[in-house]
Structures are given as C-alpha cells and as structure tokens.
Design a protein. Structure first.
Lengths: 510, 309
C-alpha cells in the first residue's frame, strides 16, 4: 500500500513537472536544465545517453575506452555520459527500430528515411529545444539546410550531418591504361563521349571490360541526368522527380535524357563495353577494379576530383584518375539523407541534444568517435592528418569508425585520414556546399504516408525492371514501355499526383 | 465426487513424468510461437513509436492493401503455391525412391557414405548454394556457358536474365538440397517395418519389386500423410533463401521467382513499416491454417486412422 501511494505521488510530481515545463518552455526550462546538470555533476551522477550509428568498419567489441575519452569532455561541458552503439549497415535499421520501441537509444541517425521516421513518430520534435541545447550547431548550418529536416507540420525533427553535400557524378578510370593508349580523358564532357574511349580500350585489351558497375544493377547511369531533384527518392528508386527549374513532377523514366542514356548503355552492352553480369553481380566497383579486368566505373562523390582519385587508388588496386560527368546539384534528400535525430522514446532528450551539439563543435569528441584512442587506434601526424599506428590498419586496430566520417556530426572538424584530404580540400568542399547549384524545391519533403501502399508496389516494380535497363541487359525499346505499364498498374501515377499536390502546397507557402 | 478427484489424481500421477519431459518443448512453443502472437493486432494498427504498440491507432485493413495492390499479388501467390506443390510431390517421390534404394543396399559402409553425401547439401546455407549455382550459370565465366555450351558449339545464355529456365533450376536446386534429409525420415520408417512381413512375402514368391509395391509403400502411407500435412500447412510460406539468394535477386526473373515472402521483403525493405509486415505474416498464417485444416479434414474422410487430429 505504501509503495502504491509512493508511486501515485511520484506520478503526480512528474506530471506537475511536465506541465510546468510546458507552461514556461521558453524561459524557465532552460535554466532548470543547466542547473540540473551542474548539480548532477557535483554528485558524480551523470545523465546517461546512448548513441546508435552505422559503422562501415569492423564493429568493435568494446567501446568503453573510447567512451571514457569522450566522457571526460562531455561530463565537464554538459554533465552527460555517452554509450556508443556502432552497428553494421546490414543490421542498422532493424536494430534502431527495435531499440527505439524499447526506449534503449537516445540518438540515432537516418539513412535516407527521415520522412518515414517522422510519420511513424520515431523521432522527437526538437523545435523548442534546439536554441537552448544546440545553438552553436544551429549557427553552423544554413537555415535552408535545417528546413530539410522539418516535418509536414513545419516542426524540426532532426539536424543534418554537416559534410560535403554536393555529389558530383564522376568516371573513375585506370590511369595506366589511359596513358598507355594515349586517351584524351579531358575531352569527355558527357557520357556519350565515353563510347570511343571504351572502344579503344576494348580494341587494345580484349581481355578488359571497359565499364564495371558501381554495385549490383547500378551502372551509374541514373546519376548522369542533369539537375534532378529526386523529391525524396534516390538513385536506386527514383520515382517522381523535378528537372531544372520546371516545377512539374515528372517520371524519371520518361525523361528524354534517361532514355538517351539507356540506349547508350544498351549499345555498350551489345558491344561488350560493359560487364555482362552487371545487373546481377554481387561484387562492388572497387573489388571489380582490383581484379584488373575492368577499366572504369561511374559513381558520385562529394570531394574534389584529385582527392577522390587519390582516395580511391588504394581500394581499386591501381592508380586511378577521375573526370566529371556532370555538375553537382543539391536537393533536399542530399542534405537530409543522413540526419541526426533524438528518439521519440528518449528519457533524456535535452542531454541527448546537448551531446549532439558536441559532435558538431568539439574536435575531441567527434574524432574520438571516429578514430578511437590515440596511440592505440591511431597516431596524429605533424600536418594534422591521422594514420593508423605502425604495422596496423583499419582492420586490425581495436576501434575505428573512420568510414563513418560522412555519417557523424561535423565533417569539417574531423581530422582527415592521411592521403584522403587536406585543408584546401575542406575549403573547396565547404564552398561547394554553399555555391553548388541548388534545386528550386530545396527544403520540400515528400510525405509518403498517404501513398505508402502504392510505394511498396512501385518499388517492387522498379527493382524488377530498373537494373536490367540500367545495365543494358534488356532492350530499352521494349523494356521501357513494359516497365511504364507495370509502374502505372502499381499506382505510380497516384504517387506522382500526391507529390505534385504536396509540392504545390509547399510552393504556395514559400 | 471423491472418487472422481482421485481418478484425476491418478491420471496426473501417471502422466506427470511425461509432462515433465515435454515441458521444455511446451515452454519453447509458448515462448517462440504463442507469445509473439499478441503482435497480430499490429496488422490492424497504424504503428507509431511514440504511442507504442497499444497506443497506436487502429487502421482497419489498410495494411493489407499492398498485398493485393498489383497483379503481382496473383503472380506471387501462384508461384508460392505451385512451387510448394511441386516440391511436396517431387520431394516425396524422390525421397522414398532414395530411401528404398539405400535400404536395399543394406547396412554397409557405402550406404553410410551415400547417406552422408546426400545429407551434406542440407547443411549448407542458401548463400553458399547460391554461389555454387552462380559458378555454374554466370554469364562471363560460368561452367555451363564456358565449358558445356562452348564444347557443343552453342550460343551462351544469360541465365540470370531468362526467366523460362528458372522453374526447373529452382526445383532442381531444392531437391538437391533437401532430398538427403527427407529420405532419412523414410529410411527410418522402412527400417521400422516388421521383417517377418518381408519373409512371408518372399515365401509366397513375391519378387523384390512386388515387395516394394505391396509391402513397403503401403506401410509408409502414415509417414507420407503426416509429412505431407506438415508441408501443406506451410504452403503459403516459401523458402526465402531459395527464392531470394539463388536467383541473385535478379529483377528479370521476378515473374518466376517472386513469392509472397520475397515480395514482402522487397517491398518492406524500402518502407520499414511494422504494420504492413505484421499484415503480411498474418495473411500467410491464416491461409496456411485454412489449408492445413481442410487437408486434414480430407484425410480424415478418406482414412480416419491417419488424420493428424
């Protein structure tokens, strides 16, 4: 009975607290928050939060040592202790979904699925907290970038990861072959110019296939259309898109440029200029290149051409060069693809947001998350870059999440890995972010909830036809009409109409 | 009253130890199969993380719509059922055939060898098998294109682009993987048949073939029925690895490799929608339940001794 009374009392106190918090959100709660953390620090009791993120490196067994380094900073600055939860890309969505249901994580990041996360209430509304808890971060970001993380209700739900956003389509090719055959790579202005180059390579080296796919079913072709705003879709499943300044939502697959490129790739396929198995291979580009049987592949990167080539030379096994196949173009999905969010079930959202702020502003915190413990996991060079300790590499050190550099916090305060970046590159990338051509619909977020049934059906149809068309293994003249028929059977037009309607409403508001 | 009570007591005293033996199994079923059932009603909800499982709003049959949205619904249901039927029938025929052959070899070292060799594929994961198939079929360097077809002067085939071959390839791969395992069950049943029946048959002048058709096969009937009923209950579930991994997720083959499971997986990988996944699972379970109950009813009508329940 006593216990029951106590719990009732506690509930009442908590309820009163929440109500009070609501009443004076702007003035009172902030003071209470900072006072709370200071008090907590005195007792040696810190607010515990958990941060889940994708690591493309080996998932470490033990993160305690790294957490200790981070916590030394965060205890003092904000009275918070963090627990890191690096997850592999294969498990990430599922694990985060489960952990969010149980309230086990406080911070996670989206992977191109922000609007789903918002519509399923997975992420917390941080509109009223950001000025108090993460003002420095807010100042780092352009207002229009933050707008990409707003829900249909105009509230802020996440913070975009600050990194080079502007992806530029490029061709990565083997320098040794280009030099041997005297190919003029600089003459390539668009994909059609590649045909004579590929033919020359094939003629001189019949054993080499000129073009490898980026990954299964992706020849890189969907990146070659100019000024595309995917309106919430991506390269793999483009649905309704905008091209250029025209504000009518169009089907990606009926764009003239798309059809031209499809014919081009088909020509390559028929003349053995692209890998025959491109639509089904399970090998990725770097792996194929390092086999020595391929000349080039096409993908998008957000770094300067020379940097990209330098960074890709090691994984490709050859000295590679890079040329641009188009211009960088910014749309909403590029900014909010990876954005940091507070779980709706978090018990300490303020502490979580304050910690998030540190990952955008504190070098020690973000670099410890990426590189681990100095001396054990990495060494710092005199020029400010980072290397693995003598005789070690990314696979052998106990902790590294180096490949998550574009996923966590602020890329521009991360120390570059030796050979993959420099101060000048960072300046160039920062400038690209601010100056790259931007879609007129920047900030518009498509809410897929009303058409989610159609979307499921349509994405199945796309997976069925798109890889074959992209890799030239089916004839576009017959496959594209068939594809379009299947799409409209699946409710494609309803999605386009919903997009147009939402876009018009959004435009009217601007 | 008193008497009745004691009767119950006696009954429990007898079956108590047996129940105890069954306890881990019952517990497993409870935890693994029954407790998760409460998630069923997620299929009728518009799931929200903030509101939780119980707080989310009801949405009627909205979550089921995507299953029937396109003509894919017909294709995937057709594929699921026809493949499973083929697997059940061919599976039984081949498994019994192998079991009889192995049994005829007697208890020797080579029997053990054949048995193990046939069991081996069953222990491999679908991913490994998918790559073995790939080694045979891939367009650039596969064994069939490079060695077999070339040797006969034929034109190489883009196997992963041509859907017409796949019903046969998938059935073959399925049989290759599962035959050894299924035949063990039949082999055990054959070993359990009373030897004196065979002796009597041979005294009456029955040949080996006659013994197989007149003694072995009739004696196997109960096992066949139970195995079939169990397989029929899962007729709406496909072997995900077989249909997803082995065709290398090739889009051009969807018309013959798309089953309910792969459709749901492909569709929901994009959306990560809890409600729709639950709806798909419920749909399969309900259909499977109906099929197994009606199959059992049929068996009971024809041969009531062999019905499951």
């Amino acid at each position: 009975m006593k216990k029951k009374l106590l719990s009732v009392l506690l509930t009442a106190v908590i309820a009163a607290g929440t109500l009070a918090g609501c009443g004076s959100a702007s003035s009172g709660s902030g003071d209470a928050g900072s006072a709370g953390s200071a008090e907590a620090a005195k007792d040696g009791e810190y607010t515990q939060i958990t941060y889940a993120f994708v690591s493309f490196n080996t998932i470490p067994d033990n993160t305690a040592d790294v957490e200790e380094i981070i916590n030394q900073v965060s205890r003092e600055k904000i009275g918070v202790e963090v627990h890191l939860m690096p997850l592999s890309i294969a498990d990430y969505s599922q694990q985060v979904s489960l952990a969010a249901q149980n309230g086990e994580i406080d911070i996670f990041h989206t992977l191109g699925d922000l609007s789903q996360a918002i519509s399923s209430d997975m992420v917390l509304d941080i509109t009223d907290m950001i000025d108090e808890d993460a003002a420095e971060t807010k100042a780092l970001l352009e207002p229009e970038w933050l707008k990409t993380c707003e829900g249909p209700d105009g509230r802020l739900y996440a913070i975009p990861t600050l990194k080079p956003f502007a992806l530029q389509p490029m061709l990565i090719y083997r320098k040794d072959i280009a030099e041997e055959l005297g190919l003029d790579m600089a003459s390539v202005k668009d994909p059609a110019d590649l045909t004579p180059i590929f033919e020359a390579v094939k003629a001189a080296h019949p054993e080499i296939t000129p073009l490898a796919p980026v990954s299964s079913g992706d020849s890189g072709m969907s990146r070659w259309c100019d000024e595309i705003d995917f309106l919430g879709g991506d390269y793999a499943t483009p649905i309704g898109v905008l091209q250029g300044e025209d504000m009518t939502v169009k089907s990606f697959f009926s764009l003239d440029q798309f059809k031209e490129n499809a014919d081009l790739v088909r020509y390559w396929y028929e003349n053995d200029l692209i890998m025959k198995d491109a639509a089904t291979t399970t090998s990725a580009a770097a792996e194929l290149m390092s086999s020595g049987n391929y000349f080039a592949y096409s993908a998008s990167y957000s770094y300067p051409l020379e940097d990209t080539a330098a960074a890709l030379s090691a994984p490709s096994g050859f000295d590679v060069g890079a040329i641009a196949l188009g211009e960088a173009y910014l749309d909403t999905s590029m900014i909010n693809a990876v954005s940091q969010a507070i779980s709706a079930t978090s018990k300490n959202p303020d502490a979580a947001l304050k910690f998030l702020n540190l990952t955008y502003t504190d070098e020690t915190v973000i670099n410890a998350m990426l590189y681990g413990v100095e001396g054990r996991d990495y060494v710092r060079n005199d020029d400010g870059t980072v290397s693995y300790p003598e005789g070690q590499d990314a696979a052998t050190v106990p902790y590294t999440a180096q490949l998550s550099c574009g996923v966590l916090g602020n890329f521009f305060i991360q120390w570059p890995l030796q050979g993959s970046g420099s101060v000048e590159s960072l300046a160039w990338e920062d400038e690209q972010n601010h100056n790259a051509k931007t879609s007129p619909a920047m900030g518009f977020i498509f809410d897929a909830t009303p058409v989610r049934t159609q979307l499921t059906a349509v994405s199945n149809v796309i997976q069925q036809y798109f890889p074959g068309i992209q890799c030239g293994s089916v004839d576009p003249a017959t496959a594209i009409p068939e594809f379009e028929k299947a799409l409209s059977d699946a409710g494609y037009d309803e999605i386009l109409a919903a997009k147009q309607e939402q876009l018009d409403a959004w435009l009217a508001q601007q | 009253m008193e008497k009745k009570k004691s009767k119950v007591k006696v009954k429990y005293a007898k079956s108590g130890p047996l129940l105890l033996i069954a306890a881990p199994g019952i517990l497993y079923l409870l935890i693994n199969n029954y407790i998760p059932m409460f998630g069923i009603f997620l299929a009728f909800k518009n799931f929200s993380y903030k509101k939780g499982i119980f707080g989310s709003e009801w949405s009627g049959f909205d979550n089921f719509q995507f299953l029937f949205r396109t003509k894919d619904a017909l294709i995937m249901t057709r594929n699921t059922i026809l493949y499973n039927l083929a697997f059940i029938i061919l599976g039984i025929v081949f498994a019994i055939f192998i079991a009889i052959l192995l049994n005829a070899l007697g208890d020797s070292l080579r029997t053990k060898f054949y048995q193990s060799a046939m069991l081996l594929p069953n222990l491999m994961s679908w991913v490994v098998i998918a790559y073995m198939v790939y080694a045979f079929l891939n367009a650039d360097s596969g064994f069939i294109n490079n060695s077999v077809i070339k040797a006969f002067g034929g034109k190489s085939v883009a196997w992963y682009m041509e859907s017409k071959f796949w019903p046969f390839i998938l059935t073959f791969v399925y049989l290759w993987k599962n035959m050894g395992y299924q035949s063990i069950i039949y082999l055990a049943s054959i070993a359990g048949i009373d030897k004196s029946i065979y002796e009597a048959a041979s005294l009456d002048g029955a040949t080996k073939v006659q013994q197989i058709f007149r003694v072995t096969l009739p004696m196997l009937k109960p096992t066949v029925i139970i195995m079939t009923l169990m397989a029929v209950g899962r007729i709406f579930f496909s072997d995900f690895g077989l249909f997803y991994q082995v065709p290398m997720n090739s889009g051009a083959l969807y018309s013959v490799t798309q089953t309910i499971d792969t459709y749901v997986y492909r569709g929901l990988m994009e959306l990560n929608d809890v409600g729709m996944s639950a709806a798909a699972g419920l749909f399969q379970s309900v259909l499977g339940f109906i099929v197994v109950v009606s199959a059992n009813a049929l068996v009971r009508k024809v041969d009531s001794d062999n019905a499951l329940f």
